[in-house]
Design a protein around this ligand. Structure first.
Ligand SMILES: [Zn+2]
Length: 225
């Protein structure tokens, strides 16, 4: 280090963005969705750690989809019993990665995986895009793709900006589920089953996000009255 090359320094956090910590076990004990952000910070450049929990039981079927993301995601298998990743294993799935239960046998009682999935939001001025896609279960040809803008707003926080990865898909997948024409494979004619949305909890997250954002507005209005 010389006077001409100053040390790289990370500035201290802003006063209105204090450092936060969470216990992943406590967080996922009561999360309403299989993937949930642990902290409210969603702004450009923010590190966004989430928790992910899948639980095996007889008859369970999480299905499978592909997640497309223009930012990287780093997965740590915190604890797994019967998982495809072992406890402590680190994994980067790439910008397009398959998502399923991550269990060897999702119908086996006692199996579970508890992951953290961490992404770094796009920097200011950059576009962040995500998509969810499905393949035909019979011939593996692309069947469905829902793309959505996930560009973080300048001061985005989770309450006003629910995590797009879980907030955007339910509506589009519900349309897919309700429309047999969309589920019929144009290649092989296979009648694909509806995506098992109810296993993922995303609909609850989207609904509770709407209600809590409205609750904040009402609370602020009451304070002004
Ligand atoms: Zn097909």
């Amino acid at each position: 280090m010389t006077e001409d090359s100053p040390a790289l320094e990370i500035p201290p956090p802003r006063e209105d963005r204090p450092p936060m910590k969470a216990n992943l076990l406590n967080a996922m004990q009561k999360a309403n969705t299989s993937l949930t952000p642990l902290f409210p910070y969603m702004h450009p450049g923010a590190i966004v750690p989430t928790g992910a929990l899948f639980i095996g039981q007889p008859g369970k079927d999480y299905g499978q989809f592909y997640h497309h993301n223009t930012v990287d995601e780093v997965i740590i298998a915190f604890v797994a019993e019967g998982g495809n990743l072992r406890t402590g294993q680190l994994y980067n799935g790439g910008r397009v990665h398959g998502v399923n239960s991550f269990m060897k046998d999702q119908t086996k009682a006692g199996s579970f995986v508890l992951f953290s999935v961490t992404q770094r939001q796009a920097d200011p001025g950059e576009v962040q895009t995500e998509a969810i896609s499905l393949l035909c279960e019979a011939c593996r040809k692309p069947l469905f793709k829902a793309e959505f803008d996930a560009t973080p707003g300048p001061e985005a926080r989770e309450l006003e900006h629910p995590f797009p990865s879980i907030n955007a898909p339910p509506e589009r997948l519900a349309q897919f589920n309700a429309d047999p024409a969309q589920r019929e494979c144009p290649e092989c004619g296979h009648d694909n089953p509806p995506f098992p949305l109810h296993q993922w909890g995303w609909t609850d997250y989207a609904e509770q996000s709407k209600v809590m954002a409205r609750a904040k507005q009402l609370l602020l209005a009451a304070g002004e009255g």
